[in-house]
Design a protein around this ligand. Sequence first.
Ligand code: 5GP
Ligand code: MN
Length: 353
Amino acid sequence: MIQTQIEKIIEPELIEQARQLIERCQKFVVCTHMSPDGDAVGSALATANFLRHKGKEAHVVFNDTPGENLSFIPGYRDELVFDNQRDGTPDTHAEALKAIQEAECFFVVDLGTPTRMGSMSDEVMKNPAPKIVIDHHLDPSREDFDVVISHSEASAACEMVYTFFYQLGDDALLDKTIATQLYCGMMTDTGQFVFSSSRAQVYFIIARLIQEGFDKEKLHRDLMLETERRVRLKGYILQQKLQVLTEQKAAYFSLNKAELKRFNHQKGDSEGFVNMPLDIYGIQISAFFREEKNFVKVSLRSKGDYPVNIIAQKFYNGGGHKNAAGGEFLGTLQQAELLFVKALPLILKYSEN
Ligand code: 5GP
Ligand code: MN
């Protein structure tokens, strides 16, 4: 094994508290955020596999089914789903509910606030069993959980999950599947190591993961594959829907229900589209509004010193990071768009201060 210099960034008391809970409990449930992305799926699956290697009973319960675009992550659809009415996958609600109710301990990964779990949040929080958070978002709600391991400098929850195994002294439990799942989360949350990945620690961990012998190149290639549906939808957005506000350094687009239907939009089809406008010279702020059944899903992105989480919180019942935020807006698509245009001076002002 090569010598890596992985830093023990997790506070030792938290590692000890988690160690005692793992020793004491047998039945675990691992939860993550709704609409799980690559980091959510990778960190949840890896945590459950790790617990199984330690002789524990562990279920991942996703709030909703991971999109097909994540099919390169091993085991991406092998686990339980709390709310799978919408996607035609086998209904595992009853099993998911039972696992949550019987859990003796929870791992909550890639989120820091209970509501981010979605509709399963109430059931999880109702169970008084201890809850261990492993995350990298800003401002976790510490009062809701028992052990909060959260470092916003980390590239991904998967980076934190590996660091957690390492500090427990359980690096030897890593296998090819866990290493692949963790790699996938780090690869996706950093846009293939473009952003949030300038710390050497990221690459020391990658160096360790890659020793398990997975095909890194294939994962990157699989990540870039797109369905014809998605490519055509992308073309339509860029050609017909994109609004560019050059003066405000911003661009946005929306998709209404009829358009989603016309393009046979499936879960995950528009994942990452919100980043496209940032490829335009001079554009620093981007927004995507998608009409859902009862709300408008809002995704916000920026480059540099433009804090989009501020408007996610203020206008869209949401939150997130400075450069990637989102929320759910209870109103029309037009109202959501108008609010964004009106909020732009606010973000521009913040960046000047
Ligand atoms: P996305 O645009 O990929 O859905 O979300 C980007 C980031 O914004 C997420 O990682 C999360 O931090 C934040 N975010 C998205 N939607 C919500 C929401 O409804 N509530 C909160 N608090 N944060 C959100
Ligand atoms: Mn993440």
